[in-house]
Design a protein around this ligand. Sequence first.
Ligand code: 4UW
Length: 533
Amino acid sequence: MALASRYPDVEIPDVSVPEFVLAAGRDKPDAPALIDGLRGDVITHGQLAAYVDRVAAALHARGLRKGDVVAMFCPNTPWYPVVFHGIAAAGCVMSPINSLYTPDEIAFQLRDSGAKILITVSPFLDRALAAVEKAPVGEIVVMDGAEGHASLVDLLSTDAPSAQVDFDPADDLVTLPYSSGTTGLPKGVMLTHRNLVANVAQCRPLIQLGADERIIAVLPFFHIYGLTVLMNQGLAWGGAVVTLPRFDLEDFLRTIQDHKITRAFVAPPIVLALAKHPLVDQYDLSSLTSVLSGAAPLDEQLALAAEKRLRKGADSGVTVAQGYGMTELSPVSHTTPDLGAEPPGAAPGSVPKGSVGFAVPNSECRLVDPATGEDAAPGTRGELWVRGPNVMKGYLNNPTATADTIDADGWLHTGDVAVVDENGCYTVVDRVKELIKYKGYQVAPAELEAVLIGHPEIADAAVIGVPDEESGEELPKAFVVRAPGSTLTQDAVIEYMAGKVAPHKKIRIVEFIEAVPKSAAGKILRKDLRAAG
Ligand code: 4UW
């Protein structure tokens, strides 16, 4: 049975992402759009629109056209949104690369996405150059400049004519982030202009950002949560987005205080710091009205503790609550509304703390018993399926994985298990897919298994996530079958992997086994490994 959103449908304008997101700023060209949280540099809404036009023109002048992929390998700065919207306004597709990636991981994405240009920053240039040796691109642009490379200043100072692009928002891709989805290796998630425009519009009735709000952007723009919720939602209603290049608790707290941040969209480790770290008391955080956490489960008691602490002394009504999303959903499917923005008939503050809130407008959900494929009985758990205008177009060059994830009726199977209460509030209670989340980042077991098997002394391997009581994190654990005669140690396996993958994907526990349990079809029986510990 399809459960419709409790919110009335919203209009989804049939326009490109830059046209939609930059519209609000046209009425307030001198107001800040982007602020560097550390340096204080400001880009106004008027400058943003002008710069976006120049970046698009420079890309067109290089011969790039609709559908061409441009990869971005950059930390959060005020220039990231300029470049993203410039790429989008040129009709090109921005593929965001995780800042922590190793050259091998970067090369995989460049090759798989077919990126024509790589845009990076000078501190990342060594890794970028090592990656393009394996997966060549036409050009590397270094935003802040480097010998022999075009810089952002070069792009902005082009006198080429503005790019003229005839958009078909429902069909044209705007971004290509990578996700492992429910199984297998990372895949390019094809998100259209309409997907991203829809998702910002769908959040509007729940998260009612005012034109004078300030959003702190510490979560990375290279993750779809940062791209849609922090950057695009933050700009679309005329507010200002204050960027930080990485999470450092003192910088984060000082930026909230000094820039009078009103909203923080974060992940659970930041809520943990807000609840527990002594430094928090040294800053005036009273400008905050809302802290929303997502990307991994947030403990209910932790949310309550953070909320209590932030309210103390500040006489503020700040709320700490949760949203839920997935790259393949652009990403928001559920979130906790602002107080007073509950759907018709629901009482203010009626979202339980452990819940991820209501389904966004224009969407429907189902909770399905994975064993039977039937709808779960009311009030009982089932796999969450979502249908709506924010569901991806599919996985790049992978019709099989697409068909395994989006069924013939358009339902996207999330691989997460949820329950819904009588008010229509959803709570995520489990995950039935392979994916591991470490500090909100994706860790795909299949990817780590492939790297492990690349070791000459490893005959076979399987990876699962195991809960760590102390940190509340899931830790990637490898079950390793040694090659005959090998004396490989646990530490040697950990060290080998640390040299090959980004820090969040490191194997943290190793157990040697005789054979990896597999089904007759050769699928790793992860639940047997889980049961064995
Ligand atoms: N509780 C439990 C949660 C939760 C969760 C996500 O890397 P991806 O593909 O995407 C994300 C997106 C997170 C997000 C988007 C919009 C938003 O508003 C918000 O909260 C404010 C968060 O992480 O990983 C998707 C997977 O991450 C898990 C879940 O398994 C999902 O399929 N996940 N949010 N609140 N688990």
